[in-house]
Design a protein around this ligand. Structure first.
Ligand SMILES: [Zn+2]
Ligand SMILES: [Zn+2]
Length: 659
């Protein structure tokens, strides 16, 4: 009897057997998505192969064949296999990551349009842009795998190099994938690519409908779409003759998926480029340490772009020592205030950044110093002015402002810390005439607000753009001549090995937002730690100095790129059971490690930085060592038998952070 083996997105390593529906040959189903009964559910699976079976149990029938044509080819299967091994998951989970299960076909699919030649337009490139474009296009023409690091300071014209390379690939009758960190924050960039390449571009991100996904997926499969532009998951565009992969702002942590399988789009890009013998272009003004290390070791070819377009100067960065005693409760130093006032007088614009990571306004009791915490999570509730309430930014819990301290009953409660709303109030009081646009996590939920900010600053409807991390990226406004960073160092001392690197990247990125037009720019960095090496390297735009210093630290403390890391998270709604289970798990790993003679370092178990989240207690075990040995242990770790059935345990390879 012929059966079809189907992969299903569950954490089981086996495939599942099904019969072909009536009047359907089993062979015709292979490579397609199918709807099948699974337990008492109906799920989407992936038909892998036809085999003979003499099973003596009842085999269920496939309910529905979803795809009109095969969507799983040889490449997809090898990629799925790679994801299973690299990120410790099942083949079904890997396939569900590559091919979204929830795409549904419209009645009729559009016919592919005839390809047309792209005219590489006449924008004159400078020597650095020429060199970079030439190196990349040679690789496309010669059909060889080669990774590049396009290391260009802000406003050095990386985009033009990307566009040239994409045109090269399309003209060579190949396809291109271009990733950007967050599509909703880069509407401007999407417009540029669409203007250049028209309907050859597909824009793929988590915000599009399943129907749109389906159209894009089939467009890429049948050749109508030649360029897939998008966030992380666009890396899986099903192109058959991929000629170029670009990953812009490669240092961004959004390229790493947090849920299982916790893949890294840069790593998938590397695999694909190798598979298709194509170039992989990683672009950044502040490359991740891992990438830059590979460039120094000549495993990645370095394409430097050390100058801004038209030899414009990088803005001068000035560090201001933030001594709260001097400011009298204000968030702005007098130097910052006078710089802002000058910019406003000259009818120029300013960007004010509040580094929110690890820093939010919260409610504190003046008598017992207790900070008001979320009842579901071990994290401070954040004070909001409009509407007047406190909210937990992790679980969404909110309540009206407390009147008394839950700990001691005192009514002497106060708000501490800066929030964007508070800073906005202060700015408005200082500069009543100024038009201020505030963009933060609360107002930017709708990407329309982001658009509003973008056009508002562009059309000079606003004088000051105030916001958190999200205003640091991408914005290109010629009239912005001042950037003020209110608190540069709040993210420096988070208990995470990447916090200094992230701080450096953030300051460099936001500094790059000014002085892009005809007037020179200036950056003011308010900090409590002006002597900190990270801050000092920023002042000189000295990536190399920062790199050398930070690599020294990582080496000393054994952190990536000197080793790899896996994070095991154990969760239980009972605090004691979470701790017990974590201990048992740790002992199990320790035993495996000794038996298999693996040279790994096990750390923990210990409560996570946020020890309680959504009423669940979280414990972490950290594994450090070589990637090969970590993967060996991780595959064994999957066999761990839980003591408490209600425990949830997950393993993440190369996590984006340890928090
Ligand atoms: Zn909460
Ligand atoms: Zn109190």
């Amino acid at each position: 009897m012929k059966v079809i083996e189907v992969a299903i997105a569950v954490p089981l390593k086996t495939l599942f057997m099904y019969l072909a529906p009536e009047n359907c040959s089993p062979e015709s189903i292979v490579g397609k998505r199918v709807k099948v009964p699974f337990g008492n559910r109906k799920v989407i699976g992936y038909a892998i192969k036809v085999t003979e079976s003499d099973a003596n149990f009842k085999i269920k029938e496939i309910l529905e064949v979803i795809d009109p044509i095969s969507v799983i080819d040889k490449k997809t299967l090898s990629l799925a296999d790679y994801i299973c091994k690299e990120y410790v998951c099942s083949i079904g989970q890997a396939l569900a990551t590559i091919i979204p299960s929830q795409m549904f076909a419209p009645k009729r699919l559009a016919k592919p349009t005839a390809p047309h030649k792209i005219v590489i337009n006449e924008i004159v490139l400078n020597q650095y842009q020429k060199n970079a474009s030439f190196a990349i296009s040679q690789t496309i023409k010669n059909n060889v795998f080669k990774p590049f690091l396009l290391f260009g300071v802000t406003a050095s014209g990386k985009t033009e190099v990307y566009l040239h390379s994409i045109a090269e690939a399309v003209n060579a009758n190949k396809q291109a994938i271009m990733l950007i960190p967050e599509i909703s924050l880069t509407a401007q960039f999407v417009d540029i690519v669409k203007n250049r390449f028209g309907d050859l571009v597909g824009v793929w991100h988590s915000g599009i409908t399943n129907m749109q996904k389906y159209k894009l997926f089939y467009g890429a499969l049948n050749g109508g779409i030649k360029i897939m532009l998008g966030a992380r998951s666009a890396i899986f565009a099903p192109f058959k003759n991929l000629g170029l992969i670009i990953i812009d702002e490669e240092h961004e942590h959004t390229y790493k998926q947090e849920q299982k399988p916790s893949y890294d789009a840069r790593q998938i890009g590397w695999w694909l480029a190798k598979y298709f013998n194509a170039p992989l272009v990683l672009g950044s003004a502040t490359p991740s340490l891992e990438t830059y290390k590979l460039a120094l070791e000549k495993k990645i070819e370095l394409l430097p772009m050390p100058e801004r377009i038209d030899k414009k100067r990088l803005p001068e960065i000035q560090v201001l020592s933030l001594d709260q005693a001097k400011t009298g409760g204000s968030f702005l130093l007098s130097e910052t205030i006078s710089a802002l006032s000058q910019v406003l007088q000259k009818k120029q614009q300013a960007i004010v950044l509040l580094n929110r990571r690890g820093f939010c306004p919260s409610i504190i009791c003046k008598d017992c110093q207790t900070v008001y915490q979320c009842p579901n999570c071990s994290i401070s509730m954040v004070y909001h002015k409009h509407p007047h309430e406190i909210r937990c930014h992790y679980c969404g819990y909110k309540k009206s402002l407390p009147i008394v301290c839950p700990h001691c009953g005192s009514s002497h409660l106060a708000v501490i810390g800066a929030g964007t709303q508070k800073v906005e109030d202060e700015l408005q009081n200082l500069f009543p005439q100024a038009k201020i646009f505030r963009l933060d996590a609360d107002t930017a939920k709708a990407s329309s607000n982001y658009q509003k900010a973008y056009y508002g600053i562009k059309n000079a409807d606003y004088d000051i753009l105030l916001g958190t991390q999200m205003i640091a990226k991408g914005f290109d406004f010629p009239n912005v001549t001042l950037v003020c960073i209110i608190n540069a160092d709040t993210s420096l001392y988070l208990p995470d090995f990447k916090s200094t690197e992230r701080t450096f990247q953030l300051i460099m990125q936001v500094a790059g937002r000014c002085g892009r037009g005809k007037n020179a720019g200036k950056v003011l960095v308010q900090t409590r730690h002006p002597e900190n090496f990270v801050i000092k390297s920023c002042v000189n735009y000295d990536y190399q100095a920062f790199y050398d210093w930070e690599m020294e630290n990582r080496k000393l403390l054994i952190y990536p790129p000197f080793c790899d890391i896996a994070k095991i998270a154990i969760r239980n709604t009972d605090e004691e059971r979470a701790a017990q289970e974590a201990k048992y798990y740790f002992d199990f790993l320790q035993k495996e490690l000794t038996e298999k003679n693996l040279k790994l370092i096990l750390l923990g178990p210990s409560p996570a930085y946020i020890a309680k989240l959504h009423n669940t207690y979280r414990q972490h075990i950290i594994i450090k060592g070589s990637k090969t040995e970590i993967l060996k242990l991780a595959h064994f770790a999957a066999d761990y038998k839980k003591t408490y059935a209600d425990t949830h345990a997950s393993i993440e390879i190369s996590p984006a952070d340890l928090i």
